[in-house]
Write a protein that binds this ligand. Structure first.
Ligand SMILES: [Zn+2]
Length: 144
C-alpha cells in the first residue's frame, strides 16, 4: 500500500516542488481512498489547514494530480465533479444514469476485455483506463 512518503517521492521524481498544499492534498486523498470527494470538501480541508491558500493553487494542484494519474475526476449528474484516488490502484468503472444520477460500479469482465484491446493500439501504452458510461437505469428507462 502506498504511503504519504511514496507519493511525495513520486511527485518529486516528476519534477514537482513540494508545497504545504500538496502535502495536505496527498494526505487527504490517502485518508479518503475509497470515497468520492466533491471539490468543496477538498477545498474545505485545505482552508482548514492552510487558511491563506488560494483557489488557483488548489485548482492547479488538482489538475497536476489528475494528469499524473494520482486522482481521477468524474463528472456525476446532480453531484457535479468529484475526485477519487486512483494511484496504482484498481480503478473502478462506472455506469451512470443520466436522469437520476444513480452510479453503479462497472462489470470487471467487460473492462478486462477493453484493457486487452487497448494493448493492441499502436504508439500508446500504459493506459490508465478510466471509463464512465452514461445511460439510463432501469427505473428511469421505464419512466421515459
Ligand atoms: Zn435513473
Amino acid at each position: 500500500m502506498k504511503k504519504h512518503k511514496d507519493l511525495v517521492h513520486f511527485l518529486k521524481s516528476k519534477g514537482l516542488r513540494m508545497t504545504p498544499s500538496k502535502e495536505v492534498i496527498i494526505q487527504y486523498f490517502l485518508d479518503n481512498k475509497n470515497r468520492h470527494i466533491p471539490f468543496k470538501d477538498l477545498q474545505k480541508e485545505l482552508y482548514d489547514n492552510i487558511p491563506d491558500v488560494d483557489r488557483v493553487t488548489i485548482y492547479r494542484n488538482i489538475e497536476k494530480f489528475v494528469s499524473l494519474g494520482i486522482i481521477q475526476e468524474l463528472d456525476l449528474p446532480k453531484k457535479g465533479k468529484i475526485y477519487q484516488y486512483v494511484f496504482e490502484k484498481k480503478v473502478p468503472h462506472y455506469f451512470i444514469c443520466k436522469s437520476c444520477g444513480k452510479t453503479n460500479k462497472g462489470n470487471e469482465a467487460l473492462f478486462n476485455k477493453i484493457e486487452l484491446a487497448l494493448k493492441e493500439v499502436p504508439d500508446f501504452s500504459k493506459a490508465n483506463l478510466s471509463l464512465v458510461f452514461y445511460g439510463f437505469c432501469s427505473k428511469c428507462e421505464t419512466s421515459l
